[in-house]
Design a protein around this ligand. Structure first.
Ligand code: NDP
Length: 288
């Protein structure tokens, strides 16, 4: 068997074309979606992620602003900045680029962002709304995964989904969204003793551990759908996922590549959340 590659790049392109239309409509109604990204420090990795987010935002017509602060910024100063953007009607989405310097608590920062502008979907209110099946901003990576499955006609209902990784921003919400779609979900993590035995039972396998070659061909059930979230650098400095790609191609039915899989979808879901946040302001004022 040779797996079909799910091109996140291609799906993201289609989704962005639709979002560009939605932005045009919103602008005609007097709302120009705006996104501000706040960066503390000058990490090259963060800057490179932000560049991708800026490109996607601008491509669909979202007003984008990058606000930069020195590494020495205090938590109090950052919370004040977030507070002012919470009140600023020009920006419907606020994203604070993680990781933050050690003197600033990520939890405090995430909780300071208004849940209505939390386009990353990290605020406990949005996570709680998602858990309880209410309307919420979904974390971008899990939302991107679900969107890829939907577009490819892969219905998680009744399937065994195994999620390797349990972070608050990827693993946990990915499993919850699959549960919402009626999958039977198993979580694995660094303390899981018999990883391969469990991954081999997965109809849908989500690899989100951040470990190169964690999932090899023998860890995959023949015909499984494999979504590789990992973003690692191999010994040659090349970007790679958690899944041994060539081996997985021989066993899986569908496989996402790295790069060109989950990454472009994550960025696109951020743009989608920003458009939704802007649309919500129209609904609030009743001018829809
Ligand atoms: P974290 O480091 O926060 O979480 C990693 C998770 O994997 C943890 O739950 C950890 O377990 C688990 N894990 C680590 N090693 C193993 C192992 N050997 N076996 C089983 N489980 C293991 O990472 P994130 O969730 O933030 O990200 C995961 C990966 O996805 C990273 O490579 C990251 O770069 C990538 N990523 C990609 C995105 C994209 O757009 N493509 C977006 C976000 C992340 P434990 O909880 O026990 O420590």
């Amino acid at each position: 068997m040779t797996a079909e590659i799910i091109s996140g790049t291609e799906i993201a392109k289609q989704t962005r074309a639709r979002l560009a239309e939605e932005v045009k409509e919103l602008k005609e109604k007097g709302v120009h979606p705006g996104l501000v990204i706040i960066l503390v420090g000058d990490s090259p990795a963060s800057l490179s992620y932000i560049k991708g987010k800026q490109k996607a935002s601008e491509e669909i017509g979202v007003h984008f602003k990058l606000e930069r602060f020195p590494e020495s910024m205090t938590e109090e100063e950052l919370l004040k900045v977030i507070g002012s953007y919470n009140e600023n009607p020009v920006f419907h989405g606020i994203l604070v680029q993680l990781p933050l310097p050690a003197q600033i608590s990520e939890t405090a920062v995430i909780e300071k962002i208004s849940p209505e502008k939390d386009v990353d979907g990290f605020h406990p209110v949005n996570l709680g709304r998602m858990l309880t099946g209410q309307k919420a901003f979904l974390s971008c990576t899990p939302a991107g995964i679900l969107e890829m499955l939907r577009i490819k006609g892969i219905d998680p209902s009744g399937k065994h989904a195994v999620v390797v990784g349990r972070s608050n921003i990827v693993g946990k919400p990915a499993g919850q969204l699959l549960l919402r779609e009626n999958a039977t979900v198993t979580y694995c993590h660094s303390k899981t003793g018999n990883l391969s035995e469990i991954t081999k039972q997965a109809d849908i396998l989500i690899a989100a551990a951040g470990k190169e070659n964690l999932i090899t061909g023998k860890d995959i059930k023949p015909g499984a759908v494999v979504i590789d979230v990992g973003m690692n650098r191999n010994s040659q400095g090349k970007l790679c996922g958690d899944v041994a790609f060539d081996e997985a191609m021989e066993v899986a039915s569908f496989l996402t590549p790295v790069p060109g899989g989950v990454g472009p979808m994550t960025i696109t879901m951020l743009a989608q959340n920003t458009v939704e946040a802007a649309r919500n302001t129209l609904l609030e004022t009743g001018s829809q």
